[in-house]
Design a protein around this ligand. Structure first.
Ligand code: ZN
Length: 187
């Protein structure tokens, strides 16, 4: 599986040693995953469970005003001093879908609606089977942008102590991909 490109980002295969294990029970990663992934995708990296702090919610989303998520991010960065934040989406997600967002409410629905509205023309150019999969990728990148709204995240990243990563997992193939953004797309 090689690189594929859509808009301002590419996907590339994820190697299990992408984030090297410290082999010690020190939390170095905040993992933000989806509640309905149906799989412990934290195991796709060769890391000890103790090396991760895991936060799950519907759609692996960073919503402004979500106290649980915001507190978790700030705690992980400022108290634990994690070196990595991973936002992991998954293909087949029943929440993050280009085709339907029925049943969601409030900011979760409006954030996904806005993301879809921004990208619907580009998505429509793709084969229909790729619509939901691409939207899952776009949603992960959108959450990375939201993470960069945290002053704590920006400061840690600027000092070289924190990296953000977007990952998408495919339960059918067992493969994971990294999402590689263009620098200008990060703004
Ligand atoms: Zn999901």
């Amino acid at each position: 599986m090689g690189k594929t490109r859509f808009g301002k980002f590419e996907t590339a295969p994820l190697n299990p040693d992408f984030i090297p294990s410290l082999h010690e029970p020190t939390q170095q990663i905040l993992w933000i995953g989806c509640s309905d992934s149906g799989f412990q995708e934290t195991t796709i990296l060769d890391l000890l469970p103790d090396e991760m702090m895991v936060h799950r919610n519907i759609g692996n989303m960073i919503i402004e005003g979500d106290l649980s998520c915001e507190t978790t991010v700030k705690y992980a960065v400022t108290v634990l001093g994690v070196r990595h934040i991973v936002v992991c989406g998954h293909y087949g997600c029943q929440i993050v879908k280009a085709t339907s967002r029925d049943g969601l409410q409030g900011p979760w629905q409006s954030k996904l609606d806005s993301l879809h509205s921004t990208n619907k023309d580009a998505i429509s150019q793709l084969p229909e089977t790729e619509h939901d999969r691409t939207f899952v990728q776009l949603n992960v990148l959108d959450q990375l942008r939201s993470l960069r709204q945290f002053p704590e995240v920006v400061d840690a990243a600027k000092s070289g102590n924190l990296q953000l990563h977007g990952i998408v997992y495919d339960t059918h193939t067992g493969e994971a991909s990294r999402l590689l953004e263009d620098v200008e797309a990060r703004i």
